[in-house]
Ligand binder design. Structure first.
Ligand code: PMP
Length: 417
């Protein structure tokens, strides 16, 4: 048995999807021990917006370690934390006139989602949550309970109660007015559904199959929450940190959620970190009501501060717009033109090729496998894994982006031959 086979038999991981032993990565390329190179259109499921080992961020991390910077400090105040808070306020909050308090949560996104659910319940003294069909919010019991996909909930025998799933617009429910429906439910005191403490949503359902909510819908959702005294929580874990062309994905709708959940690319380097942003008047937790050993990882603070510095000195948002235009025209002209049964959806630098009506999930799987053979790592998303999800690092250079796209086109064309 070789090392890879041993790994595959012992560990439950991505081995089966990407059969290689990876050992090095730089920018948008991942290198395997065998010498093969892969373009990365997966980017740690959105955790690597700045690519692998970004030069500027890496130097900051190395300097910090060289100076024996504190690696772990639990909740103590550190200079790494102080610098991050100052930079985050300057670059992300003050410049956008946003007023949020920051709660550091456990290492992964799901921890921050749990914090949002807990706080919403405490603030409103109600336990109900409305979420959306197709949503993905994490794998712990609370976040799993609000994930609108029975397939992934099968991993737990039953989930937390008092969650109501509403249809998510577009992509699946083109003609259904979700907001009107929620309004009807809320106005009907005998509907059998309690008024929730909060509604949690993604502006783009990423794991749900790259379904982009229209601006008007997001604005109506905000208004509905205002009118009914319900908190609005935006899960920006996957599509925040610049993925859609602005730091927060909700900026395009010009709304302000009551709470925002951030993780994945916030640390800039793939270090574990998650945050809950809370409107100040909602910050009612007593000390000790939400703590944890690995809240606020110090190296993540260093990476996150460097990433924000890099944002300031680069044209990241402008570059995302340029790459968005390329992706949109490539996918429309070169991929959707293969068959009218292929649907293309996306915004910024998250795009999906939905082959639900063009071969389905087995076909989608065969395309990603062939892409891997041709040197591209790309993953599937969607309720039934029928969406080939393009999620390259935001900093990917144009020629690598084009090369990755042409691999997908080649794999699709080969399948028709
Ligand atoms: N919310 C969204 C929108 C996500 O995409 C993810 C991860 N794919 C999560 C929550 C959960 O984050 P984590 O895996 O870090 O717990």
């Amino acid at each position: 048995m070789n090392t890879f086979e041993k790994c595959e038999s012992n560990v439950r991981s991505y081995c089966r999807t990407f059969p290689a032993i990876f050992h090095r990565a730089k920018d948008s390329i991942v290198y395997a021990e065998s010498g093969e190179e892969y373009i990365d259109f997966f980017a740690g499921a959105g955790a690597l917006n700045y690519g692998h080992n970004h030069d500027y961020i890496k130097q900051k991390v190395i300097s910090y370690l060289d100076a024996d910077g504190i690696a772990h400090a639990l909740d103590m105040y550190t200079s790494a934390k102080e610098k991050f808070l100052a930079k985050f306020d300057e670059v992300v909050l003050s410049s956008k006139k946003l007023d949020y308090r920051i709660q550091f949560c456990g290492p992964t996104g799901t921890n921050a989602v749990e914090a949002a659910l807990k706080l919403a319940r405490k603030v409103k003294q109600r336990s109900g949550i409305f979420s959306f069909m197709g949503a993905y919010h994490g794998m712990t019991l609370g976040s799993l309970s609000i994930s609108g996909n029975i397939g992934i909930r099968a991993g737990a025998i039953g989930t937390s109660s008092n969650v109501t799933f509403m249809p998510y617009p577009y992509g699946f429910m083109e003609t259904f007015d979700t907001i009107e429906y929620i309004e009807t439910v809320l106005n009907d005191v005998n509907s059998g559904i309690e008024k929730p403490a909060a509604i949690i949503f993604e502006t783009v359902q990423a794991e749900g199959g790259v379904v982009v909510a229209p601006v008007e819908w997001i604005q109506r959702l905000r208004n509905l929450c205002n009118e009914h005294d319900i908190l609005l929580i935006c899960d920006d874990i996957q599509v925040g940190c610049g993925r859609t062309g602005s730091f927060f994905s909700f900026e395009r709708a010009d709304i302000v959620p009551d709470m925002v959940v951030l993780s994945k690319s916030i640390s800039g380097y793939g270090f574990p970190m998650s945050l809950l942003l809370i409107k100040p008047e909602l910050d009612i937790w007593e000390p000790g009501e939400h703590n944890g050993t690995f809240r606020g990882n110090q190296l993540a603070f260093i990476g996150a501060t460097a990433a924000l510095e890099y944002r300031e000195s680069s044209h990241l948002e402008k570059d995302v717009k340029t790459k968005e235009l390329f992706l949109k025209s490539f996918l429309t002209q070169e991929i959707a033109s293969i068959s009218e049964k292929i649907a293309i959806r996306g915004i910024g630098m998250i795009w999906g090729i939905d082959v639900k009506n063009f071969g389905g999930s087995d076909f989608a799987k065969s395309i990603t496998s062939r892409c891997f053979e041709l040197g591209l790592i790309v993953e599937l998303a969607g309720r039934n894994d029928t969406v080939i999800k393009l999620l390259p690092p935001l900093v990917i250079d144009m020629s690598t982006l084009q090369k990755g796209c042409s691999i997908i086109k080649a794999a699709l064309n080969e399948s028709l031959a």
